[in-house]
Design a protein around this ligand. Sequence first.
Ligand SMILES: Nc1nc2c(ncn2[C@@H]2O[C@H](COP(=O)(O)OP(=O)(O)OP(=O)(O)O)[C@@H](O)[C@H]2O)c(=O)[nH]1
Ligand SMILES: [Zn+2]
Length: 204
Amino acid sequence: MNSSFTGGTIVTDTELQNVDLEKIEKAVSMILEAVGEDISREGLLDTPKRVAKMYAEVFSGLKEDPKEYFKTVFHEGHEELVLVKDIPFYSMCEHHLVPFFGKAHIAYIPRDGVVTGLSKLARAVETVAKRPQLQERITSTIADSMMETLNPHGVFVMVEAEHMCMTMRGVKKPGATTVTAVARGILETDAIKRSEVITYINKN
Ligand SMILES: Nc1nc2c(ncn2[C@@H]2O[C@H](COP(=O)(O)OP(=O)(O)OP(=O)(O)O)[C@@H](O)[C@H]2O)c(=O)[nH]1
Ligand SMILES: [Zn+2]
């Protein structure tokens, strides 16, 4: 796959083609001018281009569907809990366009022995996080995508994150963590099974 090396970050050609780079560059120049910067000074000359590439990367999930990942399945006869926890993610708050970041924990109970690749759970987190987002929507989109494609007995998704719009600006409360959780199927109706999952998530 062709890619463009930009200061340690690989942005794929597909990601670059999926956004209007020129429009972002113009907008970034306008923002810099609007805040009183001299856009002709050396340090800022390539900034609009860099920011455009960065947005192509951090919003690449807009053109992807997390459900695609769950088409990779194996038949394993396993109908007990599967939990992948501490999946790190970075996203962008849709209200302020500043990062929020943390960890996602994804649990499901397969039906008819249909399990998906473990990495697909992490890939789904990447796709859903790389959009202008709300933490609640990341949580529910992952859970619903799994319910729709894998048809498991149940899904439980928990996301823990720190929002920079609450730390570097505004209310300025560094260290405050937001936890969101979504339960579907048997993990919604069966409190004992759900609390078993939460115990595993909290275990070191
Ligand atoms: N529910 C939810 N709220 C979020 C998320 N990310 C940011 N927010 C909140 O979105 C809200 C936007 O509030 P507004 O009053 O419209 O914007 P604002 O004046 O910049 O608000 P302050 O952040 O309080 O200064 C803020 O309370 C943010 O904390 C998220 O993922 N989920
Ligand atoms: Zn915000």
